[in-house]
Design a protein around this ligand. Structure first.
Ligand SMILES: C[S@@+](CC[C@H](N)C(=O)[O-])C[C@H]1O[C@@H](n2cnc3c(N)ncnc32)[C@H](O)[C@@H]1O
Length: 337
């Protein structure tokens, strides 16, 4: 009995220690275009020829991906995507291909520096790339596109319930602060035909917003404004939305963004944060690991209910409620003091 338990834990531990094996194999299959090709090519030899890879090595990578359920070998040397593998096909909202690319490249390199972060408190990404995460994206349009696609994809995957969870019908003007390319404001405006919107983000990001807002059919109701939320945010909204913004920053930076929202918001206005909210109870391991991911990439953090309450109160807001929308993801509603 004891031997059985030990064996079980050893294998569980081995899988955790060796987790990058899987992540890197997925990355290679996405990066080389193997995943997309598998939608109509099955032979590993043809795949290798098309992407200029070594056939025998590619065969072994494909068999590795079989072992984790991403592809299946339908007969010797011929592969198809499984239902899970289909989620990695590029170019569809909610798909995870762009996240696999980031994880295989920048995120992977930055995580390789976690040890130094723990020793010094420096942000791992900054030490590896000699610049901070958002500055890096400003200088690397290709990577920025992958990051923006990831955020657009995650919105489609995680936030479709937002317009039904929160009642936007009494508001006139929604300002989405750090709204990326507009996936979430697009979703909300589409569901609320009388609402007008302002999409606010950095200039290199909002230049790509037109197509997302057009896809939602809301381009004519959404003003696009470029700027820096550490300087100011657009005034005159009666509802302000910050989705996945506060977790990118430490407490002082978060307070300075929120204070700029406080200056801009109508006295009767409402502020919504869409964020993961940590609890002290048993929670999925992705939650605490996401907190570490913020530490590694931007020096930010995920927060508990108490931490959000205190951050909001330091910024001139009173917390009203936490509305759950997805596992551990909440709309945090606040009003100006
Ligand atoms: C994690 S993404 C979240 C995007 C979007 N709200 C979502 O939930 O998908 C953070 C966003 O903050 C924006 N951002 C970072 N620094 C900024 C700044 N100083 N001023 C305005 N936006 C900024 C980034 O361009 C990016 O779109």
């Amino acid at each position: 009995m004891e031997t059985h338990m030990e064996t079980r834990y050893e294998f569980e531990l081995l899988e955790m220690i060796a987790a990058p094996w899987i992540s890197q194999s997925i990355y290679v299959a996405v990066k080389l275009g193997i995943i997309d090709l598998l939608t109509n090519v099955t032979s590993y030899k043809v795949l290798a020829q098309k992407v200029n890879a070594n056939p025998e090595v590619l065969y072994r990578v494909l068999q590795g991906l079989v072992s984790v359920g991403i592809v299946s070998e339908i007969h010797l040397g011929s592969f198809v995507l499984t239902e899970m593998g289909q989620l990695l096909v590029s170019g569809k909202p909610g798909k995870l291909s762009s996240l696999a690319l980031l994880w295989g490249e920048e995120f992977y390199q930055a995580w390789g520096n976690l040890l130094e972060t723990v020793q010094t408190g420096n942000t791992a990404f900054d030490s590896v790339y000699n610049t901070n995460f958002f500055e890096y994206l400003r200088n690397k349009p290709e990577v920025a596109r992958t990051f923006n696609d990831t955020m657009t994809g995650l919105t489609a995957l995680l936030y479709p319930k937002v317009p039904n969870t929160y009642d936007f019908s009494s508001y006139k003007r929604l300002v989405d602060v750090g709204g990326g390319c507009g996936a979430l404001i697009g979703l909300i405006l589409k569901a609320n035909p009388s609402l007008k919107g302002v999409l606010f983000d950095q200039s290199n990001v909002v230049t790509n917003a037109n197509s997302v807002l057009s896809d939602y059919g809301v381009l004519d109701r959404c003003e696009i404004v470029a700027g820096d939320f550490f300087e100011k945010v657009p005034a005159g909204g009666d509802i302000y939305l910050l989705s996945n913004i506060i977790h990118d920053w430490d407490n002082d930076q978060a307070v300075s963004i929120l204070k700029n929202c406080r200056r801009a918001i109508d006295e009767q206005g409402h502020l919504l944060l869409v964020e993961m909210v940590l609890s002290n109870e048993q929670e999925p391991k992705l939650a605490r690991m996401t907190d570490l991911n913020m530490l590694v990439l931007t020096g930010g953090r995920e927060r508990t209910q108490e931490e959000f309450t205190s951050l909001l109160s330091s910024s001139g807001f009173t917390l009203k409620r936490f509305l759950p929308i997805e596992q551990l993801i909440y709309i945090v509603e606040a009003v100006p003091n």
